[in-house]
Design a protein. Structure first.
Length: 219
Protein backbone atom coordinates (compact mmCIF):
# COMPACT_ATOMS: atom_id res chain seq x y z
CA UNK A 1 0.00 0.00 0.00
CA UNK A 2 1.39 3.40 -0.98
CA UNK A 3 1.59 6.31 1.47
CA UNK A 4 -1.14 8.11 -0.48
CA UNK A 5 -3.45 5.09 -0.26
CA UNK A 6 -2.83 4.88 3.47
CA UNK A 7 -3.71 8.55 3.98
CA UNK A 8 -6.90 8.08 1.92
CA UNK A 9 -7.78 5.14 4.16
CA UNK A 10 -7.37 7.29 7.27
CA UNK A 11 -9.56 10.02 5.76
CA UNK A 12 -12.25 7.46 4.96
CA UNK A 13 -11.97 6.03 8.47
CA UNK A 14 -12.24 9.47 10.08
CA UNK A 15 -15.31 10.38 8.02
CA UNK A 16 -16.92 7.00 8.58
CA UNK A 17 -16.42 7.14 12.33
CA UNK A 18 -17.81 10.69 12.46
CA UNK A 19 -20.89 9.96 10.36
CA UNK A 20 -22.12 7.10 12.57
CA UNK A 21 -22.98 9.25 15.64
CA UNK A 22 -23.68 12.31 13.44
CA UNK A 23 -26.48 10.84 11.35
CA UNK A 24 -27.88 13.46 9.01
CA UNK A 25 -24.86 15.77 9.12
CA UNK A 26 -23.92 17.15 5.70
CA UNK A 27 -20.49 16.80 4.16
CA UNK A 28 -20.20 20.60 4.07
CA UNK A 29 -20.84 20.80 7.83
CA UNK A 30 -18.25 18.10 8.53
CA UNK A 31 -15.66 19.88 6.39
CA UNK A 32 -16.31 23.20 8.13
CA UNK A 33 -15.90 21.61 11.54
CA UNK A 34 -12.78 19.79 10.38
CA UNK A 35 -11.25 23.15 9.46
CA UNK A 36 -12.01 24.52 12.93
CA UNK A 37 -10.66 21.37 14.59
CA UNK A 38 -7.43 21.36 12.58
CA UNK A 39 -6.95 25.09 13.22
CA UNK A 40 -7.35 24.63 16.97
CA UNK A 41 -5.15 21.53 16.99
CA UNK A 42 -2.21 23.15 15.20
CA UNK A 43 -2.59 26.40 17.13
CA UNK A 44 -2.54 24.64 20.50
CA UNK A 45 0.06 21.96 19.80
CA UNK A 46 2.73 23.79 17.76
CA UNK A 47 3.44 20.39 16.22
CA UNK A 48 3.49 21.31 12.52
CA UNK A 49 6.85 22.96 11.99
CA UNK A 50 9.12 23.85 9.13
CA UNK A 51 12.63 25.26 8.82
CA UNK A 52 12.82 27.99 6.18
CA UNK A 53 16.26 29.03 4.98
CA UNK A 54 16.93 32.75 4.63
CA UNK A 55 20.07 34.43 3.30
CA UNK A 56 20.64 37.58 5.32
CA UNK A 57 22.08 40.56 3.48
CA UNK A 58 23.72 43.70 4.90
CA UNK A 59 21.52 46.37 6.43
CA UNK A 60 18.26 44.54 5.71
CA UNK A 61 15.92 43.68 8.60
CA UNK A 62 12.84 42.16 6.92
CA UNK A 63 12.71 38.86 5.01
CA UNK A 64 9.76 37.05 3.48
CA UNK A 65 9.17 33.50 4.71
CA UNK A 66 7.05 31.16 2.61
CA UNK A 67 6.43 27.50 3.55
CA UNK A 68 7.59 24.98 0.99
CA UNK A 69 5.90 21.94 2.54
CA UNK A 70 2.30 23.19 2.58
CA UNK A 71 0.18 25.05 5.12
CA UNK A 72 0.58 28.66 6.19
CA UNK A 73 2.80 30.26 8.80
CA UNK A 74 1.16 30.69 12.20
CA UNK A 75 3.97 31.92 14.43
CA UNK A 76 7.74 32.18 14.77
CA UNK A 77 9.55 29.68 16.97
CA UNK A 78 12.99 31.20 16.57
CA UNK A 79 15.91 31.89 14.28
CA UNK A 80 19.34 30.22 14.34
CA UNK A 81 22.46 31.29 12.53
CA UNK A 82 24.90 28.92 10.84
CA UNK A 83 26.45 28.13 14.24
CA UNK A 84 23.04 27.20 15.71
CA UNK A 85 23.05 30.30 17.88
CA UNK A 86 19.65 31.97 18.53
CA UNK A 87 19.22 35.35 16.85
CA UNK A 88 16.85 38.12 18.02
CA UNK A 89 13.94 38.33 15.61
CA UNK A 90 10.17 38.80 15.55
CA UNK A 91 7.39 38.05 13.09
CA UNK A 92 5.16 40.78 11.67
CA UNK A 93 1.39 40.72 12.08
CA UNK A 94 0.86 39.58 8.49
CA UNK A 95 2.83 36.38 9.33
CA UNK A 96 4.59 36.60 6.00
CA UNK A 97 7.96 37.94 7.06
CA UNK A 98 10.54 37.73 9.81
CA UNK A 99 12.19 40.87 11.13
CA UNK A 100 15.60 40.89 12.77
CA UNK A 101 16.14 43.27 15.66
CA UNK A 102 19.62 44.23 14.49
CA UNK A 103 20.98 44.53 10.96
CA UNK A 104 23.93 42.38 9.90
CA UNK A 105 26.94 43.66 7.98
CA UNK A 106 27.76 40.48 6.07
CA UNK A 107 25.82 37.99 4.00
CA UNK A 108 25.12 34.84 6.01
CA UNK A 109 22.54 32.02 6.11
CA UNK A 110 19.85 31.82 8.78
CA UNK A 111 17.37 29.09 9.64
CA UNK A 112 13.88 30.39 10.45
CA UNK A 113 11.81 27.92 12.52
CA UNK A 114 8.07 28.45 12.13
CA UNK A 115 4.86 26.83 13.34
CA UNK A 116 2.25 26.25 10.65
CA UNK A 117 -1.47 25.68 10.42
CA UNK A 118 -3.91 24.43 7.82
CA UNK A 119 -5.28 26.36 4.87
CA UNK A 120 -9.03 26.35 4.24
CA UNK A 121 -10.11 22.74 3.47
CA UNK A 122 -13.23 24.08 1.75
CA UNK A 123 -10.89 25.28 -0.99
CA UNK A 124 -8.56 22.29 -0.84
CA UNK A 125 -9.94 18.96 0.28
CA UNK A 126 -8.52 16.76 1.61
CA UNK A 127 -6.63 19.59 3.29
CA UNK A 128 -2.91 19.90 2.73
CA UNK A 129 -1.61 18.58 6.05
CA UNK A 130 1.49 16.54 6.93
CA UNK A 131 1.30 12.81 6.14
CA UNK A 132 2.04 11.84 9.74
CA UNK A 133 -0.94 13.71 11.23
CA UNK A 134 -3.79 11.27 10.58
CA UNK A 135 -1.94 8.05 11.46
CA UNK A 136 -0.84 9.64 14.71
CA UNK A 137 -3.74 11.88 15.74
CA UNK A 138 -6.89 10.82 13.85
CA UNK A 139 -8.66 9.80 17.09
CA UNK A 140 -7.92 13.23 18.59
CA UNK A 141 -9.32 14.95 15.49
CA UNK A 142 -12.39 12.71 15.62
CA UNK A 143 -13.06 13.81 19.20
CA UNK A 144 -12.76 17.43 18.07
CA UNK A 145 -15.23 17.03 15.21
CA UNK A 146 -17.76 15.14 17.35
CA UNK A 147 -17.44 17.62 20.20
CA UNK A 148 -18.04 20.63 17.96
CA UNK A 149 -20.90 19.06 16.01
CA UNK A 150 -22.75 17.76 19.07
CA UNK A 151 -22.62 21.19 20.65
CA UNK A 152 -24.79 22.63 17.89
CA UNK A 153 -28.43 22.88 19.03
CA UNK A 154 -31.46 21.64 17.15
CA UNK A 155 -29.95 18.61 15.43
CA UNK A 156 -30.73 14.94 15.87
CA UNK A 157 -27.17 14.40 17.12
CA UNK A 158 -27.09 17.39 19.51
CA UNK A 159 -25.86 16.24 22.92
CA UNK A 160 -24.24 18.71 25.33
CA UNK A 161 -23.01 15.98 27.69
CA UNK A 162 -21.34 13.95 24.95
CA UNK A 163 -19.99 17.15 23.42
CA UNK A 164 -18.25 17.99 26.68
CA UNK A 165 -16.76 14.46 26.81
CA UNK A 166 -15.38 14.68 23.27
CA UNK A 167 -14.07 18.23 23.67
CA UNK A 168 -12.23 17.23 26.84
CA UNK A 169 -10.62 14.31 24.98
CA UNK A 170 -9.75 16.65 22.11
CA UNK A 171 -8.03 19.22 24.31
CA UNK A 172 -6.18 16.47 26.19
CA UNK A 173 -4.95 15.25 22.81
CA UNK A 174 -3.74 18.74 21.92
CA UNK A 175 -1.81 18.93 25.19
CA UNK A 176 -0.16 15.54 24.57
CA UNK A 177 0.77 16.58 21.02
CA UNK A 178 2.30 19.82 22.32
CA UNK A 179 4.45 17.97 24.88
CA UNK A 180 5.52 15.37 22.29
CA UNK A 181 6.53 18.14 19.91
CA UNK A 182 8.52 19.94 22.61
CA UNK A 183 10.38 16.74 23.45
CA UNK A 184 10.86 15.76 19.79
CA UNK A 185 8.78 12.58 20.27
CA UNK A 186 11.17 11.12 22.83
CA UNK A 187 10.28 9.40 26.09
CA UNK A 188 11.50 11.11 29.24
CA UNK A 189 13.59 13.70 27.43
CA UNK A 190 13.61 17.24 28.74
CA UNK A 191 12.70 20.36 26.83
CA UNK A 192 15.67 22.71 27.05
CA UNK A 193 15.83 26.46 26.57
CA UNK A 194 18.56 29.01 27.09
CA UNK A 195 17.53 31.74 29.53
CA UNK A 196 17.18 35.07 27.78
CA UNK A 197 20.10 36.65 29.63
CA UNK A 198 22.46 34.02 28.22
CA UNK A 199 21.48 34.54 24.61
CA UNK A 200 24.45 36.76 23.97
CA UNK A 201 25.66 37.36 20.44
CA UNK A 202 28.18 39.66 18.90
CA UNK A 203 29.27 40.58 15.40
CA UNK A 204 32.84 39.89 14.39
CA UNK A 205 33.39 40.96 10.84
CA UNK A 206 29.64 41.10 10.36
CA UNK A 207 29.09 37.44 11.26
CA UNK A 208 27.14 36.68 14.42
CA UNK A 209 29.07 34.61 16.97
CA UNK A 210 28.19 33.20 20.36
CA UNK A 211 29.99 34.72 23.34
CA UNK A 212 28.71 32.65 26.24
CA UNK A 213 28.25 28.88 26.48
CA UNK A 214 26.02 28.44 29.54
CA UNK A 215 24.65 25.30 31.05
CA UNK A 216 21.08 25.02 29.74
CA UNK A 217 18.28 25.42 32.23
CA UNK A 218 15.29 23.09 31.96
CA UNK A 219 11.84 24.60 31.65
Amino acid sequence: MSDEDEIDRYWAQLYGQAQVPLTGASSAALRAQLFDVLTEFFDGSNCWREVIKVMVTPDTLDYAVMPIEGGRVLRLLGVLNQYNTPQPAVMSDDLGSVQFIYAYSQVQPMSVYVVKTVTDPLKCFPPNIPDWLLPKHHIVLLHGVLGNMMLQPGNSYSNAQLSNFHQTKFRDGIAHARVASMRANTVGAQAWAYPQQFRVTSQKGGVSTFNVHPTPTPR
